[in-house]
Design a protein around this ligand. Structure first.
Ligand code: ADP
Length: 162
């Protein structure tokens, strides 16, 4: 049996923090499905297609990339997980501030789909304070973000705010 996990998010845009979590998940599972949520209600700055494209470019060379599948979804997460035959949902936990929301989400998802386990992974310390929203704020002010996001993402942000 293939042990497959799903790693969902908005990825608006993908950062080294997300990639750190994807790599850790690839170390634990046979396959990881990185699922980009459409999430229009969050008013993403990149379109769904752009976010999927950036994730694809940003993960092309990571360790285990051949076991990473990238998809978009616009349904309930547990339904997407079921369609993908995933046994676990992977989420990243940074500071304590993530905890309450993530706990709520995990318990609701468990309620909807009891057999699907949610697994939290911690990123490397350097990425603890990194979020897509901070990156967008930095990029808006033309700050150097090359330590926080892969090159295609830095370029896309530069174009977006130029
Ligand atoms: P969402 O809109 O679902 O919160 P995000 O794209 O912001 O989606 O994040 C997806 C997942 O990645 C979440 O579990 C989030 O906590 C995690 N994540 C985001 N940034 C980091 C980071 N720097 N380190 C670890 N995990 C992160």
């Amino acid at each position: 049996m293939i042990r497959r996990a799903i790693y969902p998010g908005s990825f608006d845009p993908i950062t080294f923090g997300h990639i750190d979590i994807a790599e850790r998940a690839l170390g634990l599972f046979d396959e990881v499905v990185l699922a980009v949520a459409r999430n229009e209600q969050k008013r993403p700055i990149f379109s769904h297609e752009e976010r999927i494209q950036l994730v694809t470019e940003a993960t092309r060379d990571i360790k285990g990339h051949e076991r990473l599948k990238i998809i978009g979804f616009n349904s309930l997460l547990v339904e997407c997980a079921r369609r993908q035959d995933a046994i676990a949902i992977v989420r990243g936990l940074r500071a304590v501030s993530d905890f309450e929301y993530e706990l709520q989400l995990a318990l609701i998802n468990r309620n909807l789909s009891p057999e699907l386990e949610t697994l939290f992974l911690m990123p490397k310390e350097n990425f603890i304070y990194l979020s897509s929203s901070i990156i967008k704020e930095l990029a808006r002010h033309k700050a150097d973000i090359s330590h926080f996001v892969p090159e295609p993402v830095a370029l896309a942000l530069k174009n977006k705010f130029s």
